[in-house]
Design a protein around this ligand. Structure first.
Ligand SMILES: NC(=O)c1ccc[n+]([C@@H]2O[C@H](COP(=O)([O-])OP(=O)(O)OC[C@H]3O[C@@H](n4cnc5c(N)ncnc54)[C@H](O)[C@@H]3O)[C@@H](O)[C@H]2O)c1
Length: 386
């Protein structure tokens, strides 16, 4: 503390430590991951909040796991979807915690579900008695490669996505691919947008892995050993390397924002406009990746051969590459202005440079660049439209 006895300036560091671990079959009794933290033995209890879509068909496995370890457990399935990511459901989760009387140190809340459930339970864990430990078990591909590896929690509010939230790390995230066997195909495709993004902007090895294995991986919901593990491991590693030094997002030059430069506004707008196809988040990201890669070629940053590989891979991955909004220069320009506002007045546009897997940030994109890029984008994607 620095003090003059009339003014006190307090500085403190918040220690952050958490584990992210790939481990298959977390619900096998011989897998001790879920009870690695917290009290075990006599009197041990856990509160488990689980996405109903995951609970269905796995009720016995979840119960047997904790029975095997002699842990008294309250298991609460909750219906989850983006429209339930709200204050009402947050309060419901908090009420469950209050009724259980969760202990602050010895009873980590166990959260099993997709990104929506993990974001909400993370916020509830942060709010309840100023913070109880929680463990994340992601069950969608998106949550495995993105939502579970960071520290952000949130709910939607004021008609805005993720408007209320916090930075609150879990004690651990256990990533178990076997949950994906029941995940609908469109959820796999949506997550592929984020993996594709990472490959193009940061990881040439991941890009090559996808070129050889993506089609089969998707067909098998990532249950294929070997390639599935490698793709997930590479994606998570990139994400963690990018996030760890910037956990509180103070640095606004973020490679992970690739694919999120033009897309955020267009994604939202498409949901309210009946004249165009609605864009899911993953679709909007992957189209933005293709458009931004066209911009990179237009600016002479990557050769045509690299751009062709990017467009070809998006096709192999069954990602949409085309949407009419990405041919409307006024809309694209408005989106870029909106994004620039969120990046403290700088475009900070991550963009591939020299070759796939390498990048720079651009801050001098003009309306003319956007207009020229549209011509290239239409030419590149026209013949590949799904
Ligand atoms: N905190 C972060 O850093 C971060 C990062 C990226 C995304 N997110 C958030 O994540 C959310 C999107 O996550 P999501 O894509 O996982 O969506 P989601 O949680 O809505 O899950 C998608 C659907 O799949 C169902 N589901 C989940 N697991 C399943 C399984 N194994 N089998 C069958 N069905 C299953 C869910 O019930 C839901 O209907 C968004 O709200 C987004 O804001 C957060």
């Amino acid at each position: 503390v620095i003090s003059t006895k009339k003014e006190w300036n307090v500085t403190a560091n918040l220690p952050v430590a958490f584990k992210v671990k790939m481990t298959d079959n977390v619900l096998e009794p011989t897998n001790y991951s879920l009870i690695e933290y917290g009290q075990t033995g006599r009197g041990a209890r856990r509160l488990v909040i689980v996405d109903s879509a995951v609970f269905f068909g796995r009720e016995k496995a979840i119960k047997s796991y904790f029975d095997f370890h002699n842990i008294e457990t309250k298991i609460v399935p909750i219906d989850m979807s983006e429209d339930k990511k709200n204050l009402e459901h947050l309060l419901y989760i908090l009420e469950i915690m209050e009724n259980f009387g969760i202990l602050r140190r010895s009873e980590p809340l166990i959260c099993i579900g997709g990104g929506v459930l993990l974001d909400m339970c993370g916020l509830a864990a942060n709010l309840y008695r100023r913070g109880v430990p929680h463990i994340k078990v992601p069950t969608t591909l998106l949550a495995i490669v993105d939502a579970s590896v960071g520290v952000k929690t949130s709910i939607n509010h004021f008609c805005r996505r993720n408007r209320l939230g916090s930075y609150y790390p879990p004690v651990a995230a256990y990533l178990d691919r076997t949950f994906l066997d029941t995940l609908p195909k469109e959820e796999i495709v949506s997550a592929m947008g984020e993996i594709f993004k990472m490959a193009v902007i940061k990881n040439a090895k991941l890009f090559e892995l996808l070129e050889t294995d993506a089609a089969e991986l998707m067909q098998q919901n990532f249950l294929l050993d070997g390639p599935a593990e490698s793709v997930i491991s590479e994606s998570i590693n990139d994400m963690i390397v990018e996030l760890a030094p910037n956990l509180w997002e103070t640095d606004l030059e973020r490679i992970v924002d690739f694919g999120h430069s033009f897309s955020p506004m267009l994604e939202m707008k498409s949901l309210e406009d009946s004249t165009v196809p609605s864009l899911s988040h993953g679709e909007a990201v992957s189209i933005d990746v293709v458009f931004s890669s066209c911009l990179a070629h237009h600016r002479g940053l990557i050769p045509k051969s690299e751009l062709e590989r990017i467009v070809d891979l998006s096709f192999v991955m069954q990602l949409p590459t085309y949407h009419p909004y990405f041919t409307n220069y006024l809309l694209l320009w408005e989106s870029l202005i909106d994004t620039t506002r969120h990046r403290d007045g700088k475009q900070n546009l991550p963009i591939p440079a020299v070759s796939i897997g390498n990048s720079i940030f651009l801050n001098d994109i003009k309306l003319e660049d956007v207009k020229e890029t549209i011509k290239l984008y239409v030419q590149m994607t026209g013949k590949k439209q799904k």
